[in-house]
Design a binder for this molecule. Structure first.
Ligand SMILES: [Fe+2]
Length: 387
């Protein structure tokens, strides 16, 4: 955890030496360019001094949160691009480019253009950061996905399931965002709404009003939810009670049987693994499906994708997860996938079970960045498999 606070300063120092020093501008300009990187590196310390912590944002105005996020994101994006720049330099040094590509070598500069490369990387980092931060804080679009579910009865053909996950209410993600998300979701007239966790960063006393718009969610087949890891950091029992007051049916190793005519569909939910680690209820699929009618397909809400193989063995037809925020940016998505058993975003076939790993409807205030990774309000359209 200490690395989380101190690694940004090492990144800032590296950027000062490799990105800013080679620039062809006077030293004072270089110093001025270093200031935002240094402030970005100190963001977690500043949040702490202002009454926040690693997980919870201090109660700053939203514009203050966005400004802090821009600086932190710039530090990270510039670091990744600077590393790529230096690897390119190293490759040019080590590889006999002139011998491999003699025709190309005629047009190449004799020396690596350090100043031009730094200026290009800095400009690219600024543009990517502004775009990626905007993508992270704007209201997400609706995205449709068709999904075939083996054993789905004719009555459920074409039914729409809206999925909202990783809302992460905070000083950054406030009530107007959730009002807009709820309005866009309800405009789709979903038949069922599911919400597999990470509603909040902060206690009920601070974030209740932000999430109150969720009480306007309704669907003929119900609104179902299960916990994410962040509920346990934020006062689990109080949030479970509050979200139930908003009208969400909480599935904690439980299921409900949805009936349409003679058709049956099971919606089940397991708590996040963090529950078990912190002395709350651990996920137990067997218990969640105990007493469920045989033959009816099972849709499982499980915040993290990582138990997908076990859930496939347990008879689940479709697992709906989030948690990864889609990996947030190219390169980082590979690391996020490694930390989540290879799952990061989109559709996976896991031993015959379908897993949908949503990129999230919003994301955690600690690193709000989305580069080529848009958030979404997911609408799944259920279909019977084509013969
Ligand atoms: Fe999560």
């Amino acid at each position: 955890m200490r690395a989380f606070f101190y690694a940004p300063f090492i990144m800032a120092a590296y950027e000062a030496l490799s990105l800013l020093l080679p620039l062809r501008v006077n030293f004072l300009v270089k110093l001025l360019l270093f200031v935002p990187l240094l402030v970005g590196a100190g963001k977690n310390h500043i949040c702490g001094w202002l009454g926040g912590g690693m997980l919870f944002a201090p109660d700053l105005p939203r514009w203050g949160m966005i400004a802090g996020s821009l600086l932190y994101n710039l530090l990270v994006v510039a670091f990744v691009l600077t590393v790529l720049k230096d690897l390119t330099w190293l490759l040019c040094k080590l590889l006999p480019v002139q011998r491999i590509f003699p025709r190309l070598a005629v047009h190449m500069p004799r020396k690596f253009p350090a100043a031009a490369a730094s200026a290009f990387v800095l400009a690219l980092a600024v543009v990517s950061t502004v775009w990626g931060t905007w993508e992270a804080v704007r209201v997400p679009d609706v995205k449709y996905h068709d999904v075939e579910i083996p054993g789905l009865s004719a009555e459920f053909e074409g039914k729409k399931v809206a999925m909202l996950v990783d809302l992460h209410a905070s000083a950054l993600n406030r009530r107007p965002l959730f009002e807009a998300i709820v309005a866009r979701t309800m405009a789709e007239k979903p038949d069922l709404i599911v919400m597999p966790g990470d509603f909040v960063d902060g206690p009920v006393s601070r974030r209740e009003a932000d999430l109150e718009p969720l009480s306007r969610l309704s669907a003929p087949l119900g609104v179902f939810a299960s916990s994410g890891n962040h509920e346990y950091y934020s006062g689990y029992h109080a949030w479970k009670e509050q979200l139930q007051k908003f009208g969400l049916t909480w599935l904690e190793n439980e299921h409900r049987v949805l009936s349409l005519g003679t058709g049956r569909l099971i919606i089940a939910g397991v708590p996040d693994q963090q529950g078990g680690r912190m002395g709350y209820t651990a996920p137990d699929l067997k218990k969640a499906l105990s007493g469920a009618p045989a033959g009816a397909p099972v849709i499982l809400l499980a915040h993290r994708p990582e138990a997908a193989r076990e859930n496939a063995k347990g008879g689940v037809a479709l697992q709906l997860s989030g948690h990864t925020h889609g990996g947030m940016m190219p390169g980082l998505d590979l690391i996020v996938a490694r930390a989540n058993k290879g799952f990061v975003k989109g559709w996976y076939d896991v031993d015959g079970m379908k897993l949908f790993n949503s990129p999230g409807t919003s994301l955690w205030n600690g690193f709000p960045l989305r580069i080529f990774d848009p958030a979404e309000i997911t609408v799944l359209v259920l279909h019977r498999p084509k013969a």
